[in-house]
Design a protein around this ligand. Sequence first.
Ligand SMILES: [Zn+2]
Length: 398
Amino acid sequence: MVLVRHLCANPGLSRADLAEAVGLTKSTVSLLVRELLDEGWLLEREIVATGDLGRRPTPLFIDPSRLVLLGAEVDIDSVRVVTVSLTGEVLSRASANHGSTKSVKSCVAALTAAMSKLCKQLDPARQRIIGIGVGLPGGVDEANGILRFAPNLAWRDVPFGDLLREKIAGTALAGTPLFLQNEADVAALGELEFSAPQASDPLLYVSLNQGVGAGVIVGGRLLTGSRGFAGEVGHIVLQLNGPACSCGRRGCAEALIGPRAMLQRSDEQDPALSPLAVVRERLAAGDAPTLKAINKAGSYLGMLLQNLAAAYDPARIVLGGAVVELGDAFLKPALKTLNDYAAAANLEPPLVQTSRFGADAVAVGAAALVRHRLTRNVLVPVPEGQAAARSTRDAGIA
Ligand SMILES: [Zn+2]
């Protein structure tokens, strides 16, 4: 997997280049490359004859055609599933509503149906799914496959991994490795794994939907916190005694930036429409108070980004989610606020981009989670007894 990661970052290296890069002998690298070619991870390109240069070493690449990653997003009312090549190209996509009951059961059923549909479109003689990733709208205990808390669905301590495994047991996906993580976290991994190699660490992905959250990557790893709640930046407080937030506090970023903050005349709302849909309609109709409210929410986004920049000194901030689609009315005041804060301190503002995967950002990110976990060494938790023994030894007591 070290060889695979090197080729992800540096396509076209030869066996000799790889041997030098990772410090293994050429014969060991040749054996490993043979295995990776057979398994479908790598491909060799033919040498172009260049006349007097003689035989040049064969360049190696990640194979985009044989091994497939399956990524899924569980949103508040729908699921979206994509198949993605090892190099990050979306091969196919499907989506489905998970029913008005918002039950975990109907969601898992919709998810399984959408995944099975995409599986059937693969060429069984050539293509193979190597893992399933799922991005969930809440705090996730990745090691145990448990969704700790999804406030906008009112789901708590859901054993999502077990439920999904049970449901796919009778399908072609039975036994496929499964990885779960928070939606903003996987979207951040999508930017890390599938963007052109560039200096982008720390990397922040800020997810702007009905909820606001962030995925934080530091040192090439996801920062998840002690309970899976790191990056819940929607609940950074931006205003003392501000508007009430879904979490029970007042003045949180989510209550000032989210679509609900852009609606003052709640009495006129159509209950069948989401707050964002209402905002979109009013913006399109040129409603002046709505435009003003969107500008103000944008300015608060700028304030949130400033606080994140101060906390992490990020090389890159990526913005994604449905609220980003409001465009300049929302994003321009955000960037102006952020840039003004930087100028006041005589500093360069951080680099801010919108996600290049658009509405697929979380589903593609979930596929990236699979590649990330399969190709990097995952820290194995130390069993309790050993940890205790080690800390005693470290303290010089033993
Ligand atoms: Zn809050």
